[in-house]
Design a protein around this ligand. Structure first.
Ligand code: GUN
Ligand code: FE
Length: 422
């Protein structure tokens, strides 16, 4: 048992922050929160006093591409489909080389740690050896992750097209290596409908059914992509239905990134099947894809998480994604002449912590019984006047960064800095 003292700030519900000034939080040896309050509990164990620092839930990034890490901050001049062909597929081909994979994936895992992202849902590539290596690096780091061996067999260079049997065996190998008890696990990852033949989708659907493994993919991101999906899957009534027909749309826990153009029918299907939207506003801007209306999803009772979508997204900090989510929602507000309320700061913070954390279990806020995923923030250089706690969290979110993060905890363990290759 351990107890930490700091200013505790989290969002058990989206509507408002919970502030506990000079509060105490106790964590069991299993890494679970056992107490949160204003006074020192009787059974406190070893007490660590973080003084005037803030203690907040760690961030959860529910959509990003590890092999696109080299391309962060590059290649913003094309829309999705030509961007994939011109910049992304050639980069992902390089992961056939394990030395290259080690160099990039080591830096990638280091950056997740640096940015305070303790859990993530990650796309790798079709290469099993490199994907096993990525999973290994995650396990060594102590970070939680769903790691996806990407399945694709059409509309890409030969080097990035694999056989369905390889995809099936590969996911099983990853699952067997990782098991279902640890914090790093396998996830079934069809890239998107244009990348996966009917045979491949059928195979992945039966894999989901047999194993119960979760699924992640892309949905309704770009208008050209959607037209293409209608050509490829003419019987599907909407893009989401194209996944649903194969049992890849909520039959097991499912993440769908983007959803900029989700219509009412797709929305209904997502709601019915419990599909979680991953909103990626930096990427949607950079690739000129469109604007997803988070408010519409929330009003319809659909679960929403946030993702950086590196390297469609240009930065791995979830603080940036929170800002862009709010700013995008304000464009919707203006466009609708004030009819669609924009996201509040607490709502956007909730999406970046508990919204995504729920995909990993009881993760994302400091309620009793939750896993203790937390960041200790030193905002002293921002706090040069007598700012209140609501002002301090707002300023940290808008103008703070990873340099302010002093300690990082995942499931109760303080994580040391992972190795970095220079
Ligand atoms: N759709 C299919 N592949 C990708 C990808 O790598 N990034 C994004 N943003 N969309 C995709
Ligand atoms: Fe993506």
């Amino acid at each position: 048992m351990k107890t930490y003292k700091a200013h505790l700030i989290d969002t058990p519900v989206p509507d408002a922050f919970r502030f506990i000034e000079n509060g105490y939080i106790s964590v069991s040896d299993e890494g679970k929160v056992t107490y949160i309050g204003r006074t020192l509990p009787e059974q406190a164990g070893q007490v660590t006093d973080f003084g005037d620092r803030l203690l907040i839930p760690a961030f959860n990034d529910l959509h990003l591409h590890a092999p696109q890490y080299r391309n962060i901050g590059l290649a913003m001049d094309l829309e999705l489909l030509p961007w994939l062909q011109r910049y992304t597929f050639p980069e992902e081909m390089k992961f056939a080389n394990l030395d290259y994979a080690r160099k990039i994936y080591t830096r990638f895992v280091h950056e997740l740690w640096m940015q305070g992202t303790m859990r993530s849902a990650v796309f790798a590539t079709i290469h099993l050896d490199a994907t096993l290596l990525l999973a290994d690096l995650f396990q060594q780091s102590g970070l939680g992750a769903y790691v996806g061996l990407v399945a694709m067999d059409r509309n890409a260079p030969n080097g990035l097209c694999g056989a369905k049997t390889e995809a099936f065996a590969g996911v099983n190998a990853l699952d067997a290596k990782l098991g279902r008890k640890g914090r790093v696990r396998a996830i079934i990852t069809p890239r998107f409908i244009p990348s996966c033949s009917e045979d491949m989708l059928t195979e992945l659907g039966s894999l989901a059914q047999q194993t119960g493994l979760p699924v992640q993919s892309h949905l309704s991101e770009n208008l050209h992509e959607i037209d293409w999906v209608h050509e490829l899957e003419p019987d599907a009534t909407c893009y989401g239905d194209a996944y649903n027909r194969y049992g890849l749309f909520g039959q097991t826990p499912t993440l769908m990134a983007h959803c900029c153009y989700t219509n009412d029918e797709e929305m209904q299907l997502m709601k019915q099947n419990g599909v979680c939207v991953v909103h990626c506003p930096t990427s949607n801007n950079n690739l000129a894809s469109g604007m997803a209306s988070v408010r519409r999803f929330l009003d319809n009772g659909i679960r929403v998480a946030l993702g950086t979508d590196v390297s469609g997204g240009h930065y791995m900090s979830m603080l940036r994604v929170i800002q862009y989510a709010i700013q995008t929602s304000k464009l919707h507000y203006a466009q609708s002449k004030g009819k669609i309320p924009f996201l509040s700061l607490s709502e956007a913070f909730y999406l970046a912590t508990k919204g995504g954390g729920e995909f990993f279990g009881k993760v994302g806020c400091f309620d009793i019984g939750n896993e203790f995923d937390a960041l200790v923030i030193d905002d002293s250089y921002l706090n040069f006047d007598s700012y209140s706690l609501p002002e301090r969290i707002e300023r940290f979110i808008y103008i703070g960064d990873d340099r302010d993060i002093r300690h990082r905890f995942c499931a109760g363990n303080e994580l040391p800095e992972p190795p970095q290759i220079h």
